[in-house]
Design a protein around this ligand. Structure first.
Ligand code: SAH
Ligand code: ZN
Length: 407
């Protein structure tokens, strides 16, 4: 479905500034035998000139994306540590003994596992059946369904109001955005807190993280649209923190108006920073689109030069975002022979669209390419650390973003 109005403020003043072509959904890593039957959808970005929300034009139906899912947050050590610390903070600051913590998009239980043995009831919503099973096996109470105002009402009926509702890296994914926030407002206790983490549009723009643009991510948030969205349902943002996850994210804390926590000056500070870099102006994005095309030319020139020198290139990491980068740049198996990834669910599959094969990291013990294109660039330190052997034996990494560099 193609939108005709802004997903938050419903203005028809939406302007297209970026066209990345038609690509298959980024997480649809295909089995070789299914490669011929892939479906592609347009990947185009719009800015709403009224509320400043940057958003995709086309919505792929959620049932097609989120019932079977190949992303497991716990694959990353960085994320495991990050969510263990968040659980600790939630317990200390916001939840009394016996309080209810609800997570939306709880995935494999990466956050909620940390509540085992704590004095709180933790429940997650996770629509992907294969992922929910992993969480349940780890002892995390999981509702295998989409969170919306009706599933929220059912949980409220059963368990009472929540002390904390957490939604990390899922606000961008939900087509029924307003119904989601309505559900939060319904389920949240009057002094409860909502904690939302999302990739910050300011980082996406400033660090050229355009590969985060794919069909699962319908919205690319900055502060003002988030404040508007909560405001529509009687809630307000009272605090915000910058976090390094996924190349630069924000953690936003919201409450019902009247809950009484003072509004931190950090909130306005982030808005001011966003305005200073032009995040609410169309011309910023028009320039951004040109810069992405420039990055493409630069990376392709580098890869082709290395190839012409007889070097062998593979890839490291097959996150969803590699689908956007490889497809938009037109990088196939002729330039990058294969990609290694630790996630078992992706191994022996192909990158959607460009069909580069994905294998396990043990491949690097029997085969030593000269270069590894680091597609999971957000985990640069973790991966380069793990691959010390590869570098000791003369192997090099190419980090594509924000500007191609070799380490
Ligand atoms: N919270 C984890 C996982 C993020 S990936 C983290 O931060 O790493 C997004 C997750 O949200 C996926 O597991 C997806 O299946 C789930 N999801 C998508 N739509 C949802 C909805 N409407 N309600 C609850 N979860 C949803
Ligand atoms: Zn708008």
């Amino acid at each position: 479905m193609q939108i005709t109005k802004c997903r938050i403020c419903e203005s028809s003043g939406i302007h297209r500034f970026l066209q990345l072509g038609a690509t298959p959904p980024a997480n649809s890593f295909v089995k070789p035998e299914d490669a011929a039957s892939e479906v592609s959808f347009p990947l185009e970005l719009f800015l709403c000139s009224d509320c400043g929300l940057v958003q995709l034009g086309y919505t792929v139906p959620p049932e097609a994306l989120f019932r079977n899912y190949l992303y497991f947050s716990s694959t990353s050590e960085t994320l495991k540590r990050h969510f263990a610390a968040l659980a600790e903070e939630i317990m200390q600051r916001f939840v009394k003994p016996g309080g209810l913590v609800v997570e939306i998009g709880s995935n494999d239980g990466v956050l909620l596992r940390n509540f085992a043995g704590k004095a709180a009831v933790a429940i997650g919503f996770e629509p992907a059946t294969n992922v929910a099973e992993v969480a349940r096996a780890a002892g995390v109470e999981t509702i295998n369904d989409f969170f919306n105002s009706s599933t929220a009402a059912a949980l409220l009926e059963e368990k009472g109001p929540a002390s904390a509702i957490v939604a990390t890296n899922v606000f961008a994914h939900i087509a029924g955005l307003k119904d989601l926030v309505k559900g939060m407002q319904l389920l949240l206790g009057k002094d409860g807190v909502v904690i939302v983490e999302f990739h910050h549009l300011a980082s996406l723009y400033s660090h050229m993280e355009f590969d985060s643009i794919y069909h699962e991510h319908l919205c690319y948030y900055s502060m003002k649209p988030i404040q508007n969205l909560f405001g529509l349902y009687g809630m307000e943002v009272f605090d915000v923190k910058k976090i390094t996850i996924h190349g630069g994210s924000l953690r936003v804390y919201a409450q019902k108006i009247g809950a009484g926590r003072p509004i931190s000056p950090e909130v306005q500070k982030i808005v001011d920073e966003e305005e200073a870099i032009g995040l609410y102006q169309l011309k910023t994005y028009e320039r951004f689109a040109g810069d992405i095309a420039g990055l493409r030319d630069e990376l392709l020139a580098l890869l082709r030069k290395l190839k012409s020198e007889g070097k062998r290139i593979a890839g490291y990491g097959a996150p969803a975002k590699c689908t956007t980068l490889l497809n938009y740049f037109g990088i196939g198996p002729d330039l990058v022979e294969y990609i290694v990834d630790r996630g078992a669910a992706k191994q022996n599959r192909l990158v959607p669209g460009v069909h580069i094969p994905i294998v396990g990291p043990e491949k690097l013990q029997s085969d030593r390419p000269d270069y590894l294109l680091l597609l999971a660039w957000n985990l640069c330190d973790e991966i380069v650390g793990q691959q010390e052997e590869f570098r000791k034996s003369g192997g090099k990494f190419i980090v594509p973003i924000p500007k191609p560099r070799i380490i």
